[in-house]
Design a protein around this ligand. Structure first.
Ligand SMILES: [Zn+2]
Length: 389
């Protein structure tokens, strides 16, 4: 493979005269990992508050309180640590949420925009103006979100279950997205009461407003509790709307099913079924060391293993295609065309110390090289010595 001018110039045996070379013989080369749903602005705050306890405050309440005291420098330092860890683990493109509300105002936006510039050589970072606290609970959030879009944030992100009028919430996001010409992302249907389902309404609005292919949905845990016939109807509607589905398995495994007294609900989206139905599906890290996921870690190879374990995707044929969920599918979800290992694609790559995907996922193999626009931006080694018995 020959890389030139930030692109894959040639696949196969090439004349490397005059070029810098990297020996990747018998190593697994994948497109660089793509995070599509991640919250670096509230990373690394698990030690500032209690974790989830039966009968105690929700993660939402715990973080909302902490957020009031976030400063720009505080967000910057924690987010930078998260982003650098993500790059070290193979991420070369990231679409990140950044919270905008009465508690944190624009401080997170300021910090993340600085990081867009400061880390530009190693990571393409796009931001979602995100309403984690809803939009009808105070008088300032809607205006602040619009301000974020005017500042150049590329996506608008809603959270319908945070408002008592979820459909009014969804309507406002579609209207505002159309006004600014930006695509939409929603945190949707993370609970387990089918009466609260919103993804069907989001799909209807997507079609009605001609936004097919420009809407991503994170979570969709609720699909798992719908009756099969109802679920099939909803999935068909999601497909018609060309919705991209992003599952966040580490968070679901920590948060969901805590009140079940008989069988603990896993709470993950049914990605295998959705993929079979023809939807574009991806997975992402979501939370990093906070009350939503105290063990959250921006390592998408780890998320592949969590997905294999939690979604019944661990057969060898499934392990072979799982990397699509953090590479080509994830890129497509955020509007990047022509992503992959073909000639002409951007030279964003990760080289794993494994012969194939099954080994990489099973052994959590080291990411030997992370390459951004043809340049090595992270190099990792792992040493191990088995002493004689
Ligand atoms: Zn999220």
């Amino acid at each position: 493979m020959l890389l030139r001018d930030g692109r894959i110039a040639r696949i196969g045996v090439v004349d490397a005269a005059g070029a810098e070379t990297l020996d990747v013989t018998d190593k697994l080369v994948l497109p660089g990992f793509v995070e599509t749903h991640i919250h670096p602005d509230k990373a690394f705050i698990a030690d500032r508050t209690d974790g989830l306890r039966a009968g105690g405050p929700t993660a939402q309440t715990l973080v909302a309180d902490l957020k009031k005291r976030f400063t720009v420098d505080d967000v910057y330092a924690r987010a930078r640590r998260a982003l650098e860890l993500a790059v070290r683990h193979g991420c070369t493109t990231m679409r990140s949420h950044v919270e905008i509300d009465a508690f944190v105002e624009m401080r997170g936006v300021e910090a993340l925009r600085r990081l867009q510039t400061d880390l530009a050589g190693m990571l393409d970072l796009e931001l979602i103006a995100f309403a984690q606290e809803g939009i009808f609970n105070d008088s300032v959030t809607k205006d602040l979100l619009r301000e974020g879009l005017r500042m150049g944030l590329k996506w608008l992100g809603g959270c319908p279950y945070m408002d008592t009028d979820p459909r009014g919430h969804i309507d406002w996001f579609f209207e505002t997205a159309q006004e600014f010409g930006v695509p939409l992302d929603f945190h949707a249907d993370s609970a387990d009461d089918p009466a609260m389902l919103t993804c069907d309404y989001i799909a209807e609005q997507t079609i009605k407003r001609g936004m097919q292919g420009r809407v991503t949905l994170g979570h969709l845990c609720m699909l798992d509790v719908l009756e099969p016939a109802h679920r099939a109807q909803v999935v068909a509607k999601l497909k018609e709307a060309q919705i991209h589905v992003i599952s966040l398995p580490a968070t679901e495994m920590h948060m969901k099913g805590r009140t079940d007294t008989k069988r603990t609900w896993r709470g993950v989206a049914r990605l295998g079924e959705l993929r079979d139905a023809g939807l574009n599906v991806a997975i992402s890290t979501n939370n990093i060391v906070n009350p939503f996921t105290p063990y959250g870690h921006p390592d998408l190879l780890r998320q592949l293993l969590v997905s294999a374990m939690s979604m019944h995707l661990g057969n060898l044929d499934q392990l072979a295609w799982l990397p699509e969920l953090v590479t080509t599918n994830a890129a497509r979800a955020i509007g990047i065309d022509g992503y992959g290992l073909a000639e002409g694609c951007r030279a964003d790559l990760v080289v794993l110390d494994a012969r194939d995907a099954a080994q990489a996922i099973t052994e959590q193999s080291e990411k030997l090289y992370v390459i951004k626009r043809g340049r090595v931006v992270a190099r990792n080694t792992r040493t191990s010595e088995l002493l004689s018995a």
